[in-house]
Design a protein around this ligand. Structure first.
Ligand code: GDP
Length: 200
């Protein structure tokens, strides 16, 4: 699949307003500042796509991008902005849970974490949810350029070990990623290609 021709499709404030639930979809999630916009930019080569998602403190939207008419990438807003009211966070979490549980075409979840602070509470919630509902998850340890290769790989092993210990390793894979250096971009593309394949 060619991710350079990905286009913005639509934004949806609730699941009811999402595009039709057909074909195949992969969702991207992460805490604010995890590097999600940068990763989507690196993947698509289009800096305008992910910028549309950056609305801190404002209404959170699920953004849909089309890879083809039957294949989509979905940007799930991160949360963690202190400025967002508690009630709004709760409401957003309900929308998110609903999307993740009900969306039939969802094939996998790409979960982004800053390599210097992986497996925070939000990440564990998302992973627990994915594992319990049998949805495959792929972790990107982002901003890997901030660490030398040795420590970066050690973090990956430590994350894999922690997931195993917590029973969160079923269907979960982990890779190192850097948007600035394009590290691991090919690996991410292979994962997306496999998940988005239409004959499954
Ligand atoms: P988002 O909130 O998850 O969309 O995160 P952003 O993509 O906006 O990135 C948050 C911050 O981390 C920004 O200052 C980026 O420049 C920085 N950042 C993102 N990806 C990388 C990366 O691969 N390497 C480095 N060094 N910084 C990054």
């Amino acid at each position: 699949l060619n991710y350079r021709t990905v286009q913005f499709l639509t934004s949806a404030p609730t699941l009811a307003e999402c595009p039709p639930d057909n074909g195949a979809e992969v969702a991207f999630a992460g805490r604010s500042n995890a590097g999600k916009s940068s990763a989507i930019n690196a993947l698509t080569g289009n800096s305008k796509l992910a910028r549309t998602s950056k609305t801190p403190g404002r209404t959170q939207l699920i953004n849909f991008f089309s890879v083809s008419d039957q294949q989509r990438l979905v940007d799930l807003p991160g949360y963690g902005y202190a400025k967002v009211a508690r009630s709004m966070k709760d409401e957003w979490q309900r929308h998110l849970a609903f999307y993740l549980e009900k969306r039939q075409c969802l094939r996998g979840l790409v979960l982004l974490m800053d390599i210097r602070q992986p497996l925070k509470e939000f990440d564990l919630h998302m992973l627990t949810w994915a594992v319990e509902s049998g949805l495959p998850a792929h972790i990107l340890l982002t901003k890997a350029d901030k660490l030398k290769n040795g420590p970066a790989n050690n973090t990956r092993f430590a994350v894999e070990k922690a997931l195993k210990e917590q029973g969160l390793d079923t269907g979960v894979t982990v890779q190192i990623f850097s948007s600035t250096k394009k590290t691991g971009l090919d690996k991410l593309e292979r994962k997306l290609n496999a998940w988005l394949a239409l004959e499954q």
